[in-house]
Ligand binder design. Structure first.
Ligand code: PNW
Length: 459
């Protein structure tokens, strides 16, 4: 048996827009996602998350599901426009109450709350009035919002994440235009990434100055990265895989853990990559108390040729033409319904890459999971492929741990089926099936399997 350390954190993750529903109830303001889903053709089947999994109304029932699983921790996100309907200014007391009640209930059940401040649902007013993440002033709005959260929840929260996956928001929301705010640009993603880093740093600086010493929490941000395996062992392909990881994870992790953007990005992007002045470098560097990683899949990487690299948003990508990398898959690899490859060794190699490059940080896996076609039958969903995915990925996490990587948690995406952004409700990642017509939760066999893993603290 593979046993995990006693204090290892087994969790599940969700996000506000994807599960809550109640999009315009109890004083909540609109977010860019509430608007984006109204544009015909943007979302599969023109689904919207107006109701989603109705978690806003079923929160207590959902905490019971967590109790049944035996979760040690639960990662959720706070909806900014539920707290500040106009992004700034007046606080919505009902919004505060909702998250405050959730946190109290979790603590009562011995589940550690792991809130994320921003999981992409920017208040619409900040997009209309301020151009959202394109404007450096966003950092001040972020700080005001974060302050409200620290003030109201920080007495009970020991782990904060500021941002979820700035990479995806920048590339998909400002590069490919397939997520909110739906913009297509070659240059905006790098500007948006820059403003994310400065906003994150400003929030962390504020937390450390004003709250950390009395609230005793830790703070970081969740970065996503998939593994890039060199297609061949030629020096060109090995370098291409390394460069791809630098453009993916290094884009955000290098400034925070090492002090500046990777050389490969500066070289390939030139003027298109903003730069930090010395003051900015100083507040960005060291602005994370631990490393939080979201990871799903792996692709082969090979040296690309300048004139025929194809940018494909659906392989977890960025702009390969900037990276000069070609991605491909092994036809033998299994795939999820996201068309993502199931390659368990990828998580182990990535954990080692982070361990080495960033000088042995504590690493928390804050998302990992898979979507498959699930169908309920006789009150349960049989999902052997999800169980196989989880078994293999968690085994590789354990391998990394026994090789010395300081892995501290595994949060499974997701507790419930939910609104999968541009894919609407067509992709199911949950341990619990959601019947969107009735809101009913139906257990999947993977939930029973995960419960056992948590109970014996291993597999
Ligand atoms: C993450 N991609 O998003 C998010 O944090 C979750 O909100 C989401 O539901 C989960 O992974 C599953 O997709 C991603 O296309 C969304 O590269 C898309 C991509 C990567 C991550």
């Amino acid at each position: 048996m593979r046993i995990f350390p006693d204090d290892f954190l087994w969790g599940c993750s969700t996000s506000a827009y994807q599960i809550e529903g109640a999009w315009n109830e109890d004083g909540k303001g609109p977010s860019i996602w509430d608007a984006f889903v109204q544009i015909p053709g943007k979302i599969h089947n023109d689904d919207t998350a107006e109701i989603a999994a109705n978690h806003y109304h079923l929160m207590r029932e959902d905490v019971e599901l967590m109790v049944e699983l035996g979760l040690k921790a639960y990662r959720f996100s706070i909806s900014w426009p539920r707290i500040l309907p106009c992004g700034r200014g007046k606080v919505n007391q009902k919004g505060i109450e909702f998250y405050s009640n959730l946190i109290d209930l979790l603590l009562e059940k011995n589940i550690i709350p792991w809130p994320t401040l921003f999981h992409w649902d920017l208040p619409l007013s900040l997009q209309f009035e301020k151009d959202g993440l394109l404007n450096p002033e966003i950092a001040d709005s972020f700080k005001q919002y974060a302050d409200v959260c620290f003030r109201h929840f920080g007495d009970r929260v020991k782990y904060w994440l500021t941002l979820n996956e700035p990479y995806v928001y920048a590339m998909f929301g400002h590069g490919f235009g397939i997520m909110a705010p739906g913009r297509k640009s070659r240059n905006e993603p790098y500007l948006v990434g820059h403003h994310f880093l400065l906003s994150h740093a400003k929030i962390v600086e504020h937390y450390r100055e004003k709250y950390q010493h009395k609230q005793n929490g830790k703070i970081s941000l969740a970065l996503n990265c998939d593994w890039r395996e060199p297609l061949t062992d030629s020096p060109e392909d090995v370098a291409a895989a390394q460069r791809a990881l630098e453009f993916y994870l290094g884009w955000f992790a290098d400034p925070i853990f090492l002090g500046d953007y990777p050389e490969s990005m500066k070289r390939n992007l030139g003027e298109r990559l903003p730069s930090f002045n010395e003051d900015e470098k100083r507040i960005v560097k060291g602005s994370a108390d631990f490393f939080a990683l979201n990871h799903y899949t792996t692709y082969y990487a090979a040296q690309g040729k300048a004139d025929n690299v194809v940018d494909n948003p659906y392989t977890n990508s960025g702009f390969y033409s900037d990276q000069l990398v070609d991605l491909s898959s092994d036809p033998k690899w299994k795939k999820t319904t996201m068309a993502w490859n199931v390659v368990p060794f990828g998580i182990r190699k990535l954990l080692h890459w982070i361990d080495e490059r960033y000088n042995k940080p504590d690493i928390y896996v804050t998302e990992n999971g898979s979507s498959f076609e699930d169908k309920p039958k006789d009150g349960i969903v049989k999902d052997p492929r999800r169980i196989a995915y989880l078994k293999e990925y968690i085994t590789e996490c354990h391998n990394a741990l026994s090789e010395g990587v300081k892995l501290r948690s595994y949060f499974l995406w997701s507790l419930l089926d939910n609104f999968e952004w541009a894919f609407g409700f067509s992709k199911r990642f949950g341990l619990h099936y959601v019947d969107y017509k009735t809101g009913k939760r139906i257990q999947k066999e993977s939930a029973l399997w995960y419960r056992k893993v948590i109970e014996v603290n291993g597999l």
